[in-house]
Design a binder for this molecule. Structure first.
Ligand SMILES: *Cc1c(COP(=O)(O)O)cnc(C)c1O
Length: 396
């Protein structure tokens, strides 16, 4: 996985798009909190006109994202969903798009509740299965949209192969790279056309701001995407751009710690008697372990698991104290969710269950606290399950 630039990702994360503000020398790019910019004269521009289109703080962040993903262009949106909404506007009614069946519930909702009614057609498939991917391809298939590792089942899709398949018919491969962040995976270098991020997660990293990104190197798409961003108005604000830039400076440190802690938590859970199965791409017996090793540099901090007894779910959610029962992921604080009723509630039950998102599945976003403290909290919560008084589950 060769990177275009000689600087390592750790360094690029700290120094962003430009090493300092060219106007003042400020080490951190200022928050250009201005909606509009003066024109020097008729037909003249500083490159900035109106902040919905371009803003210097946002431009700095967009350049940073492009560099981190090894792309030529970055576009910042007010949320991950804002970025995905922009992506989908590259297509038109009649176009068919193949989508991973196991993905963020909000993406499913956007495509199925909104774009389907405008005449777009989607097929939801297990993109980690090459044969299914090949079989689902139609003449009118214009794009493949994948999450890898997938959310929440941690299935890995072969990015190189998906790119090859869709490129044969001139389509686009978009990869939602939120789970691994550019620190661990760079889909563009594997043949993807577009990288999608919810910057709300690892990039921002502090559970304090929403943001979203598209990154790419396609000169033929850049103008259209900029136009969509400017026209739709879901551009990231100067302040949130600044917060995200601030978060990115420590991306390398945080990702290393998330990964170490993720592995510790996964190993602890795997050895626990109340846990049936742990989904974590860093285990050698994960079905796509070798594929994961071949396209990513790490496994991140996301761990899903099946409990043996679904009655343990409410006890765990009530008993954890350091780990917070809250949606979202990728921040410094460890969070636990119950995908069935939270992140994936928009997906029809039949499809959820078929994908493995059942009533025994929990998802952990392992933060950067001390690993021992996270494990002690999980252990104590699981211990509460053993103590449960009425086994009928009625009061749980
Ligand atoms: C959270 C998330 C999104 C949506 O991003 P928002 O910033 O919440 O709009 C998209 N994809 C994945 C994988 C996510 O985790």
């Amino acid at each position: 996985m060769k990177r275009e630039t000689a600087l390592s990702l750790d360094t690029l994360a700290v120094h962003g798009g430009s090493p300092f503000d060219p106007l003042t020398g400020a080490v951190c790019v200022p928050i250009y909190q201005s909606s509009t910019f003066r024109h020097p004269g008729l037909g003249e521009s500083t490159g900035f006109d109106y902040s919905r289109g371009t803003n210097p703080t946002r431009t700095e962040l967009e350049k940073t994202l492009a560099r981190l993903e090894g792309g030529s262009y970055g576009l910042a949106f007010s949320s991950g969903m804002g970025a995905i909404s922009a992506f989908i506007k590259l297509f038109k009614p009649g176009d068919h798009i193949l989508v991973s069946e196991d993905l963020y519930g909000g993406t499913y909702r956007l495509f199925s509740e909104f774009y389907q009614q405008y005449g777009f057609s989607f097929s939801w498939i297990d993109t980690s299965d090459v044969d299914k991917l090949k079989a689902a391809m139609r003449d009118e298939t214009k794009a493949v949209f994948i999450e890898t590792p997938s959310n929440p089942m941690m299935k890995v899709t072969d990015i190189r192969l998906a790119a090859e398949l869709i490129h044969r018919q001139g389509g686009i491969l978009a990869v939602d790279n939120t789970f691994l962040s550019p620190y661990f995976q760079n889909p563009l270098s594997l043949g993807a056309d577009l990288v999608v991020h919810s910057g709300t997660k690892y990039l921002g990293g502090h559970n304090d701001t929403l943001s979203g990104f598209l990154v790419h190197s396609r000169d033929d798409l850049e103008e259209r995407l900029r136009n969509i961003q400017k026209s739709e108005g879901a551009s990231l604000s100067p302040f949130d751009s600044w917060l995200t830039l601030r978060g990115i400076k420590t991306l390398a440190l945080r990702m290393e710690r998330h990964e170490q802690n993720g592995r510790s938590a996964a190993e602890f859970l795997r050895g626990h008697e109340r846990v049936e199965k742990v989904f974590y791409t860093g285990f050698e017996d994960h079905p796509q372990y070798r594929l994961s090793q071949s396209q990513a540099r790490g496994h991140g901090g996301m761990v899903s698991f099946y409990l043996k007894d679904p009655a343990d779910v409410p006890i765990i959610l009530r008993s954890v104290s350091l780990i917070l029962f809250a949606e979202s992921l990728g921040g410094v604080e460890s969070l636990i969710t119950y995908p069935l009723v939270q992140t994936h509630s928009a997906i029809p039950e039949e499809m959820r269950i078929a994908a493995g998102v059942n009533h025994r599945l929990m998802r952990l976003s392992v933060g950067i606290e001390k690993a021992g403290d996270i494990i002690a909290d999980l252990d104590a919560a699981l211990e509460q399950c053993k103590k449960r008084v009425p086994p009928d589950g009625s009061k749980l």
